[in-house]
Design a binder for this molecule. Sequence first.
Ligand code: SAM
Length: 332
Amino acid sequence: MSGYRVLESSELSKLRDPMRDFGLDVLVGLSEKPKKLDSRYFYDEEGSRLFQSIMNCEDYYPTDSEREILENHGRSILANCASGPLNVIDLGAGDGAKTKILLSAAVQMGIDCRYVPIDISEAAVAGVTANIGAEFPGIEVDGLVCEYTDGLNWLSYQDDDRRNLLLFLGSNIGNFDKARARAFLRRQWTSLRDGDYTLIGFDLKKDIEVLLRAYNDRDRLTERFNLNLLTRINRELGGNFRTDAFRHYGTYDVFSGAMVSYLVSLEEQTVEIKSLGRSFHFEEWEPVHTEYSYKYLESDIVDLAGDTGYSIEGTYRDSARGFVDSLWRVDK
Ligand SMILES: C[S@@+](CC[C@H](N)C(=O)[O-])C[C@H]1O[C@@H](n2cnc3c(N)ncnc32)[C@H](O)[C@@H]1O
């Protein structure tokens, strides 16, 4: 007898194995030429901790810029989008430190909020859930540990009456190239309902020296953050990378507007990754691409909103005019 059936989504989730996904992505990335590693894997426990230190370091301006925007404009952002109870969904929430500014304004304004931090890093979700739960006892917190797109799938199936405000802060959108950013924002649009809102943090094109300093900070935190990915491969996949045989290099491509990060092999070497049953050869000075961080013109933001089905309800800038939090309304 023969036949077929479509796997239910509940069955699919049981078949998912994050460790296997990590291993497969490393296998594919290191088999390509030029080699690459996906930036989503930066954030193990140590990576999340190092990123918090980066956010607090002087050279990395985006955190202070966005904090200033939320402190100065948090109330008007909320006034623009909250006429009733609100689901605040925080994609790639990290430590949620800036989101707290918005939640605190919401509490002062008497807005009934439910907070949903979504992050691929369990350490980040555990931390932010405990932290916000303790600081704002009136706010219900439901954290989700998953990939962005799984979070958006989850959102599609929510059917309460609250309006959604989807946060995508910290210029997380910059990790996508321009075509993927467009596709992602349209994907986000399909998960939201007519009249929902999204607040997106865009880092703007600016003095190149400022950009280079931010991604090659004097405390070498960004270097440690990048090298930690190799340590993670060693620990979780049985690799034997020597972190002192690689250096971090961050550069700016003026034309595409991307800050691009690499790990560069300082010598000819072969690295074995046991769980993949594979060795990878690196030539001296061979680069491994690790991250993009695309910068925007304000006109790019206007085009992107229009092309993906949103209307812009507010443009909030820091005083140096280097960063924008853009509030978009979903039009269906
Ligand atoms: C640059 S941090 C920004 C954190 C926070 N939004 C802020 O503005 O401070 C990026 C966060 O997104 C998470 N992240 C990165 N890629 C992800 C993905 N593909 N799916 C879910 N979370 C992801 C990381 O774990 C990290 O906590």
